[in-house]
Design a protein around this ligand. Structure first.
Ligand SMILES: O=c1[nH]c(=O)n([C@H]2C[C@H](O)[C@@H](COP(=O)(O)O)O2)cc1CO
Ligand SMILES: [Zn+2]
Length: 161
C-alpha cells in the first residue's frame, strides 16, 4: 500500500483554480477574468488577468462601461488571455493549453491561434451568442483549437490568506 492521498485536486481543478485566483487581481468592477497557460507536461507557463497596460494607472483610466469611447474602459483594457500570452517570455507556446474563466472574445481568439495554443478550457460563457464570441468560436474551430467547457466538480477550496 502506497499510502498516497486520494483527495488531491485534479489537473483541471488546479489550473482553473489558478486562473480564477489570477482573475481576483483584476480591478474591473464588473468582470474579472483570469487565464493560465499550461504546457503539454502540465507545467504552468504563464498567467494573466484583465487590466490596463503597465504605466496606465487604475486610478487615472476609467473603469466605466458606458459613455464616450475615451471615457470608458474598452479602449484601454488588456484582456486576461492576451496578458497571459504576452507575459510569457520563455519562447514558444506551441501545443499549450489555455485555461480561462471567461470564453475568449474574437481578438483574444486570434492571439490564441497565432500563439500556437491548441486547447482551450473555459468556464463562464456569459457572452455566448454575441457577434464577438460567435466569431471567436468560428476562428478557433477553423484553426483546430480543441475547445472544452470546464466541468465544475463541486469542490470548494478555502485558502486562508
Ligand atoms: O475574453 C475576454 N477577456 C477579458 O479579459 N475580458 C475583460 C475585458 C473587460 O475588462 C471585462 C469585460 O467587461 P464587461 O463584462 O463589463 O463588458 O473583461 C473580456 C473578454 C470578452 O469576452
Ligand atoms: Zn478578449
Amino acid at each position: 500500500m502506497s499510502g498516497k492521498r486520494t483527495d488531491y485536486i485534479s489537473w483541471d481543478e488546479y489550473f482553473m483554480g489558478v486562473a480564477t485566483l489570477s482573475g481576483m487581481r483584476s480591478k474591473d468592477p464588473n468582470t474579472q477574468v483570469g487565464a493560465c497557460i499550461v504546457s503539454e507536461e502540465h507545467k504552468i507557463l504563464s498567467m494573466g488577468y484583465n487590466g490596463f497596460p503597465t504605466g496606465c494607472s487604475d486610478d487615472d483610466f476609467p473603469w466605466a462601461r458606458e459613455g464616450e469611447p475615451l471615457e470608458n474602459k474598452y479602449f484601454y483594457t488588456t484582456h486576461s488571455e492576451l496578458n497571459a500570452i504576452l507575459n510569457y517570455r520563455g519562447g514558444s507556446l506551441e501545443g499549450a493549453t489555455m485555461y480561462v474563466t471567461l470564453f475568449p472574445c474574437n481578438e483574444c481568439a486570434k492571439a490564441i491561434i497565432q500563439a500556437g495554443i491548441k486547447r482551450l478550457v473555459y468556464d463562464s460563457d456569459k457572452y455566448n451568442g454575441t457577434p464577438s464570441t460567435i466569431a471567436s468560436r468560428k476562428m478557433l474551430s477553423a484553426a483546430g483549437v480543441d475547445i472544452q467547457k470546464y466541468e465544475h466538480t463541486g469542490r470548494t477550496v478555502t485558502i486562508q490568506l
